[in-house]
Design a protein around this ligand. Structure first.
Ligand SMILES: *[C@@H]1O[C@H](CO)[C@@H](O)[C@H](O)[C@H]1NC(C)=O
Ligand SMILES: *[C@@H]1O[C@H](CO)[C@@H](O)[C@H](O)[C@H]1NC(C)=O
Length: 379
């Protein structure tokens, strides 16, 4: 009884403060409508992947041998919106770059990373992925629609349902791939690769890998916790294990609960907490996590030329790198890059321009894309 009245009072307080605010100066509060959540999560749990997605993942998956000699199946995943397909060339740049990352299969045939990418197209319920496939199939990549009335053809406005919906599509797409039993290598499309990242991921005996800010760390020791520095989920590697699948399901459920409480949160801000809730509970032997070394996996929010952590001890902040005379980044550091990700770089046009510049820089300073890639065992 006491509990009920306390809950009632809290509810009334909540209602009161909201009403006071609504009558105040800033009465026009963007109204968050959580009904779209049902497109991703029904009463019983996460919606199951459709047949189209299952078939695309089966067709795109690549079998490899990891650093401990075990066979793994993996797929590359990304998201794309109708708006992103309609200009700027960022999507074609992303796919063209993945196609440049070529490698030999065990039996001698040539292959490349774009052949193993499945893109989730965020689109309206009655739309098809025809346009996306027309653009992407020539690179080897496949599109599968994820339909919701919130995904129209415009750019998704700040704090709209589509803005929040994106997080649901990302986490559900990863969960879908893990459910099928393949490792999920998720990539935002605003990055380019210079070296094949798969040998690096497969050499590590870690269940969940993510990129992050400029600080010294170790990405080879299995741990239940990430270092205390911001992560960036524009690049994520999840091994398909039952525990990792469970953790990603919990991550999605957290987004669902917060949205239904009308306090929506995003995938980026909830990733570390969601993973560590599980990994610290079960221990690093059952689920291990690590953050990739920023010298190898830089992003634009840290600095224009990445980060140097050579000789520093774990936990220390790294040295942010800037352009020197001749407006180039120093070859010593550029040679280390596996990719460059440009999250803090304005709209899609300016991202595409920056990535083109980075490709030219790399080609001028180091050599062709893929020239420093390590071999790996692809079956
Ligand atoms: C792909 O490789 C070619 C040949 O090395 C290069 O000219 C081009 O800039 C590369 N494009 C991308 C997007 O990586
Ligand atoms: C999809 O449905 C909406 C609303 O029912 C309609 O206005 C639109 O023309 C349809 N689009 C296609 C591609 O059929």
């Amino acid at each position: 009884m006491k509990f009920i009245s306390a809950a009632l009072m809290l509810a009334m307080l909540g209602c009161y403060s909201w009403t006071a605010e609504a009558h105040g100066r800033k009465a026009i509060k963007p109204k968050f409508d959580p009904r779209f959540v049902n497109e991703f999560w029904n009463g019983g749990g996460a919606r199951l992947p459709g047949r189209e997605f299952v078939e695309a993942v089966q067709a795109a998956s690549l079998t490899v041998t990891d650093g401990r000699g075990r066979q793994r199946r993996l797929v590359l995943l990304s998201l794309v919106s109708e708006f992103a397909l309609s200009g700027s060339g960022l999507w074609e740049l992303f796919l063209g770059n993945l196609r440049n990352i070529t490698f030999s299969r065990r039996e001698g045939s040539q292959d490349h990373l774009a052949n193993h990418l499945v893109a989730r197209l965020m689109t309206m319920p009655n739309a098809t992925a025809t346009h996306c496939n027309r653009l992407s199939n020539r690179f080897g990549a496949r599109c599968v629609p994820m339909a919701s009335p919130i995904f129209n053809a415009d750019n998704y406005g700040y704090k709209t349902s589509a803005y929040y919906g994106l997080s649901f599509v990302k986490v559900l797409t990863i969960l879908d791939a893990l459910t099928i039993g393949v490792d999920a290598f998720f990539l935002d499309s605003d990055q380019v690769f210079f070296r094949n990242p798969l040998p690096y991921m497969l050499a590590r005996d870690i269940d969940v890998l993510v990129t992050g800010d400029c600080g010294a760390r170790d990405d080879e020791t299995p741990s239940a916790r990430f270092p205390k520095i911001n992560s960036n989920i524009g690049l994520l590697y999840f091994r398909s294990t039952p525990m990792v699948t469970r953790a990603v399901n919990e991550w999605l459920f957290y987004l669902v609960r917060k949205a239904r409480d009308r306090r929506p949160v995003l995938d980026q801000g909830t990733f570390v907490g969601a993973m560590e809730t599980i990994s610290t509970d079960v221990g690093a032997q059952r689920m291990s996590v690590a953050m990739l070394i920023p010298d190898f996996f830089p992003h634009r929010c840290m600095s224009p030329c990445g980060c140097d952590t050579e000789g520093l001890s774990p936990g220390q902040l790294g040295r942010k790198l800037y352009r020197t005379e001749g407006s180039a980044c120093q070859p010593l550091f550029v040679r280390k890059w596996y990719h460059f990700h440009v999250p803090c770089n304005g709209d899609m046009n300016s991202k595409a321009t920056t990535l083109q510049k980075l490709l030219r820089l790399y080609q001028g300073v180091v050599g062709p894309v893929n020239s420093l890639s390590d071999p790996f065992d692809a079956l």
